[in-house]
Every structure is written in structure tokens, then in C-alpha cells.
Design a protein around this ligand. Structure first.
Ligand code: AMP
Length: 700
């Protein structure tokens, strides 16, 4: 297949304000992507009509007409070779109408040179935040996603051509996608680990990048049980700021905020120095420590209400307490409540339920609790805390008047506009609780990224959190997508390994594993996340997060992902509401020590449920795994009855403490949804804290 002219036709439609043929707008409201193979050149025109309901007839005609007539007008990058000639038009009036606009706009689009990333970022840094300008910039790069991807790859490969790793693959000065994918293999973290270790040990030559790596990121290590080392550099800070600005621009257009403060539950992790003298910490810590972070937050009118000493305090329990205290002190100025992941917002308000009286007392007297022992934090808090009996009484009255803490957030923060954090994927189970605290305040789900770098921004803030999509920013890395087939699910040997496709070649409705090439030395790196393509924003795909690829419950021919587990838990947890109880958190494990093996689900509940009810929950869990492989295996007892183990209160706190002790940060914490044999420490915490257990009788 030749080059893909990603979304030129569709983006033109949008830029020209075209929304299908006038008068036909409601003829078809489905997916908006058409692919038409050009017979002569085998080039493909991929088109998409953005942000509007699509008209299939008009769109078909437009695409095929465009493809047939105009393939000779485009060079291999999709740029227009010569300007529209009137004699080319077809008799159909809507096509003429479309061409009139599209060619005009196509010409204009290609006339806009896209400056390199660093120039664009500098330009933004020097100016006051301007949402419309940021949106315009985003529209421009996403319309030209294919070209931007080619340029981004070229830049990454040129900048790092002296690196040992790239030299090994003999690119011989070729920086195009075809040469890249034929020379450089798709890899996992394990393949790059020896190179990253060399960097951490202080190698003096360029190993993965041209410029030396000076910082190492510790991934949260949720899946494997221990954090991974990932290279980090200033480019990743820049791309983080670009993602923050982009989604904020769209968010602020939909839900504008005035100047104020954010109650941000953010925490610096422990940092340490590697053998080679490099600083290592979590990705968010690297970002929070960068001067750009503060500048960007100021520009976005969302500076944290807490002093830096609280964010970077040595103990996250103390930091969390002080975040809550600062939030109350500045309660009228708080416009946004946020964290990286929704878990930490829920965790913070659960903590509030336990410490609110102590917080009130601190505010009344102006004396900070003795539980805050870190001198740096005490000194910083002394500057914001002074006796305020009036405020203390007000908060006390408010909290005393609440039933079940429902609507706590709007009661405490009357000017809060929205709650912001990642709410998708493994965060979805916390949404119920978050909604409970949020009352009527809007929940806006944040962007998609990882310690390895960012991938996409949420540019559709109107969507409910469960439906959030992420538009990939084509200039922050080079992205490929490994199609997920029926045969290959990653855990079994597959005879045909599917080939990754480029960013603009993905298909709507298809699931893929994300493969990243970034500015910090990762080349064709499998991220391990499964995403689904939901649509396109201009020429760049909009992804939905599906699950971690290797987080799967499987014993026999069954395959249950973390999403399947979540649905099962949701169904069974509903039963608890009759006793006014809820599942605080959950995880799972495949127990192969029994014959046959069976699924174990661990629950922590916020009270004592009756045995009869828990037995019913256990049966419901078993019944709710509807995967055909599971059901058939259960029926013939190739998989044993599911076991529900109820944990003592505080078990998940112990797991959180364990991860933070390993160098993770509270705001990056994700409960491991499936605890495998490599994660012995967490398994041990779980098994040592079982209060009761139940065996399913669903299949007799
Ligand atoms: P970390 O190890 O802390 O870098 O976590 C990165 C991982 O968090 C990603 O690989 C995803 O699995 C998950 N993640 C990040 N952003 C999102 C999101 N917006 N929705 C769902 N999961 C996400």
C-alpha cells in the first residue's frame, strides 16, 4: 500500500465549514471514515468529516471523485502539486461545491509550514495562555498528521543517529518510516533494559539518545510488581506541557475558569541516584520539579493551593493531610480539584472523612497537628495557617450536616467548576464514589500517557468520563499500532505476528497495542496498552483506552481482561447495596495451586456484610464472567469454582504503602487488578489479610 493521505479531504471539509451536503445532514450519523483505493497509483485517500454528522452518499462521491481525479495533483506527501482547474469538476453540484472549498483549503493547508516542536513550544512559553491559539495549532498539526509523523520520526532519528542502539540497526542515514520499520525491530521493555541499565550505570557514550540522558523515570510497576527504569529528558517535559495545554484549551473553551487555585493532589516521589549518578523518580515527579510545570499551571490559572514543600514532602500521608488543609483554607478560591489518576482524588476524600475534625481544630487554633513532623512542611504550612474559628465552625457545620458524605465537594468548595484526572481504564471503578463526593460537579477525564511519554489529549471534554477519547498528538512521538487479532492475545505463541500500522492507517473499530518511538530513546517500543480506534480528529485517530494487554485472567481457554473483571465486580457489588455497603477496592489472582485452577477475587468492603449476602456476591461474580472459554471450562470443571476472599479493612492501604515505599507516588498509583506470580509481595499482603472466603456454587 502506498502513502496515505490522511484526512486531507475530510479536514478540508471541516476547515471549509462543510458538513456533508446541505440538507442531507441527518442521512447518516455513523462513522465518518471512507477509504478509497486509487486504481492507478494504489494510493489511498483517507477522509473524515470531523465534528459533524456524516453524509455517506456525498462523502462517498467526494472521496472517490477526489481520489480518481486528483491523485495526480498530490505529491508523495499529500501536498498539492498544482492548483484546481475548473475543467476537472463533475456535473454533480455537491461535488463541485465541495471541490471549490476543498482545493482552496488544501492549497492553504499545504502553504502553512509546520515549525519544529521546540520552536512551537518556545513560542507558546513566551506568551500568555491563549486557548484559541493552542487549538488552532492542534488543528493544524492533526490535519497534517501524516506529514507531521514523517517529520517527527526524521527528527528523532537524526538527533539520535549516533546512539549505539540505532547504529546497530544500520539505518545508513535513512530516516523514512519504511526504512525504519524494516531495519528496527518492535521491542518490549525487556529488550531495551540492558541499554537503559547502561545509561543508569553512567555509560559515557551515546547509548539510546544523541544527547546524554540525565534523568531516569520509574514507572509505577503496577503490572510486574516492581518499577521499571525508563529514560527521561527535557523533550518529555515539553511534550507533557503540550498535552496539558491542548486539553486545557478545549476544556476551557467548554468550561471556562477564572483566575483561582486548584486543589491538586500531587506528590513528588522519593528520588534516588543511580549507580551512574542519574536522578531517578516517577514521571510526574520529574514533571512537577520542572520550572515549565509551574509556569504552565500559572498560565492556565490553576496553580496548586499547596506550597511546594507539601507537594515534595518526605511522607505522602503528611502531604495529603496538608493538601486537604490548604484546600479548606483557600476553599473559596478553589476552581478545580485534580490529580493524575482518579484513585488519588477518591483516596484523598476518604481520608478527609477520617480527619475532618482534626482539620477543623487546626484551622480553629492555627496550630498544625503533631502528626506533621517534616520540618520543611511545618515551616511552609506556618505561612498559610492562622487561627480562623469562623472558617473552622463553617466547615464543621457543613460536614456535620452531610449524610454519607454525599455532595461533599460542592459543599466544601462552592466555586469548584470541575474535577479533573484520569478516570478511564483501571480508574473506572472509582467513578461511583467520585460522583458521590462530586454531587453535581462535572467530572472531566484527563489525557492518556505513561512514564514512557504522552500519547493523546482529551479534546472532547463534553463526553462522560467512561466515553473519553484521546486524540493522538502527531508531533510528540512516532506512533505505530499493532493490530490485535483473534489468534494472538499476547500470551500464546502466534504463528503470524501482525505488522504494526502507522498512525493514520488505523481502522475505526479495531483494537491495537500502542507502539511508541519517542524523543527519549525508545524505538518501536510496545507499551502494553490496548486501545480502540473510535474515530478521527482531522487525520489523527481518537483512541479509547481498553486495557493492559497482559493483565488477563486465564487458566484454560478462558480470557478475561481487566475490563471483564471490572464488569463482574460491578454486577456483584450492586448486591451489597441492600446492606448499604460498597466495595472499596478489588483485585484478582489465578490460583493454580488447586486442581483445577480457579479465579480468586479479593474485595475490601467498607463494613461487615452478612455471610449469606457475600455468598450471593461470590456466585454472582462467577456467573458474570461471560467469556465463552470461561463458561465452558467451568461447566466441565476444567476451571474450579471462583473464590471470593474478603480482606480486612486497610489492606489496599498497605498495598499502596508498599508501592510508594518502592518509589511510586500516590498520584500515579493504580491498584493492580490482576496479581500475578511475579508480584509476590502484593500477593503476600493480600493472602495475609483475608478475613473470610467464599466458594461459588454457580455451576453446581
Ligand atoms: P505509569 O506506569 O504510571 O507510567 O502508568 C502508565 C499506564 O497508565 C499506561 O500505560 C496505561 O496503562 C495507564 N493509563 C495512563 N493514562 C490512562 C488513561 N487516560 N486511561 C486509562 N489508562 C491510562
Amino acid at each position: 500500500m502506498g502513502a496515505v493521505y490522511s484526512c486531507r479531504v475530510g479536514s478540508l471539509c471541516a476547515e471549509a465549514g462543510w458538513s456533508g451536503h446541505p440538507g442531507n445532514e441527518d442521512e447518516g450519523d455513523e462513522e465518518a471514515r471512507e477509504e478509497v483505493a486509487d486504481e492507478d497509483t494504489s494510493k489511498k485517500i483517507v477522509s473524515k468529516n470531523i465534528g459533524v454528522k456524516n453524509n455517506h452518499h456525498a462523502h462517498d462521491e467526494v472521496s472517490s471523485s477526489f481520489s480518481n481525479r486528483y491523485s495526480n495533483l498530490l505529491d508523495e506527501n499529500g501536498a498539492l502539486k498544482f492548483v484546481y482547474s475548473r475543467s476537472c469538476h463533475r456535473s454533480c453540484h455537491k461535488v463541485k461545491w465541495f471541490f471549490h472549498f476543498s482545493i482552496k483549503v488544501l492549497y492553504n493547508v499545504n502553504a502553512i509550514p509546520i515549525p519544529p516542536l521546540d520552536c512551537r513550544l518556545k513560542k507558546m512559553e513566551n506568551k500568555v495562555f491563549n486557548s484559541e491559539q493552542v487549538i488552532q495549532e492542534f488543528e493544524s498539526i492533526t490535519k497534517d498528521a501524516k506529514r507531521v509523523q514523517i517529520e517527527t520520526l526524521e527528527r528523532i532519528l537524526k538527533e539520535n543517529s549516533e546512539a549505539e542502539y540505532l547504529k546497530k540497526w544500520n539505518l545508513d542515514g535513512k530516516f523514512d518510516p519504511q526504512s525504519y520499520s524494516s531495519c528496527v525491530p518492535v521491542v518490549t521493555h525487556k529488550d531495551l533494559e540492558p541499554y537503559i541499565q547502561k545509561i543508569a550505570d553512567g555509560a559515557s557514550h551515546p547509548v539510546l539518545t544523541g544527547k546524554p540522558i540525565t534523568t531516569i523515570t520509574l514507572s509505577s510497576g503496577t503490572t510486574q510488581g516492581k518499577p521499571k527504569f525508563v529514560p527521561y529528558n527535557d523533550e518529555l517535559t515539553e511534550t507533557t506541557m503540550q498535552i496539558y495545554r491542548t486539553s486545557f484549551a478545549f476544556r476551557n473553551r467548554a468550561y471556562p475558569i477564572a483566575s483561582g487555585k486548584a486543589l491538586s493532589f500531587i506528590f513528588g516521589s522519593k528520588q534516588f541516584t543511580t549507580k551512574g549518578g542519574l536522578l531517578a523518580g516517577t514521571a510526574t515527579t520529574n514533571v512537577y520539579r520542572s520550572p515549565q510545570f509551574k509556569k504552565t499551571m500559572q498560565a492556565m490559572q490553576t496553580p496548586s493551593c499547596s506550597p511546594d514543600e507539601v507537594i515534595f514532602g518526605p511522607d505522602f500521608h503528611q502531604s495529603l493531610y496538608c493538601h486537604l488543609l490548604c484546600g479548606i483554607i483557600f476553599h473559596e478560591e478553589i476552581q478545580i480539584i485534580s490529580s493524575t489518576f482518579a484513585h488519588s482524588i477518591v483516596h484523598s476524600f476518604r481520608t478527609f472523612e477520617l480527619v475532618w475534625e482534626e482539620l477543623c481544630s487546626n484551622i480553629k487554633t492555627g496550630v498544625l497537628s503533631a502528626r506533621i513532623t517534616a520540618p520543611s512542611v511545618r515551616t511552609a504550612m506556618a505561612k498559610v495557617l492562622s487561627p480562623n474559628p469562623e472558617l473552622a465552625d463553617k466547615i464543621y457545620q457543613t460536614c456535620s450536616g452531610l449524610t454519607d458524605w454525599s455532595g461533599l465537594i460542592p459543599q466544601l468548595f462552592p466555586n469548584c467548576k470541575y474535577i479533573y484526572g484520569i478516570m478511564t481504564g483501571s480508574m473506572e471503578p472509582y467513578l461511583n464514589k467520585l460522583r458521590h463526593y462530586a454531587g453535581g460537579i462535572r467530572l472531566l477525564s484527563a489525557d492518556y500517557g505513561s512514564s514512557e511519554g504522552w500519547i493523546g489529549a482529551n479534546v472532547n471534554p463534553n463526553l462522560p468520563p467512561e466515553m473519553t477519547t484521546f486524540a493522538v498528538l502527531p508531533n510528540i512521538g512516532y506512533f505505530e499500532f499493532l493490530p490485535l487479532g483473534e489468534v494472538d492475545m499476547g500470551h500464546m505463541a502466534s504463528p503470524i505476528e501482525p505488522k504494526p500500522v502507522g498512525l493514520t492507517d488505523v481502522q475505526i473499530g479495531q483494537e491495537y497495542e500502542v507502539v511508541v518511538t519517542n524523543f527519549a530513546g525508545l524505538y518501536r517500543y510496545r507499551l502494553g496498552d490496548v486501545v480502540k480506534v473510535i474515530g478521527f480528529h482531522n487525520a489523527t485517530p481518537e483512541l479509547q483506552f481498553v486495557c493492559r494487554r497482559n493483565l488477563m485472567l486465564t487458566i484454560n481457554i478462558d480470557k478475561n481482561t481487566e475490563k471483564d473483571l471490572q464488569l463482574s465486580v460491578e454486577a456483584a457489588a450492586k448486591l451489597l447495596t441492600v446492606e448499604k455497603l460498597e466495595v472499596l477496592d478489588f483485585t484478582s489472582h489465578v490460583d493454580l495451586t488447586t486442581e483445577p485452577g480457579h479465579y480468586v477475587i479479593f474485595w475490601e468492603i467498607n463494613g461487615d456484610a452478612s455471610d449469606a449476602l457475600l455468598k450471593e456476591c461470590c456466585n454472582c461474580l462467577d456467573k458474570s464472567f461471560v467469556d465463552a472459554g470461561y463458561v465452558s471450562s467451568r461447566k466441565v470443571n476444567a476451571i474450579g469454582p471462583l473464590e471470593l476472599r474478603v480482606l480486612r479493612r486497610g489492606t489496599f492501604q498497605k498495598i499502596l504503602d508498599h508501592y510508594v515505599g518502592q518509589g511510586s507516588a500516590l498520584n500515579q498509583f493504580k491498584t493492580p487488578r490482576c496479581v500475578g506470580p511475579t508480584n509476590q509481595k502484593v500477593l503476600q499482603i493480600l493472602c495475609n489479610n483475608v478475613a473470610k472466603s467464599y466458594i461459588s456454587t454457580t455451576y453446581g
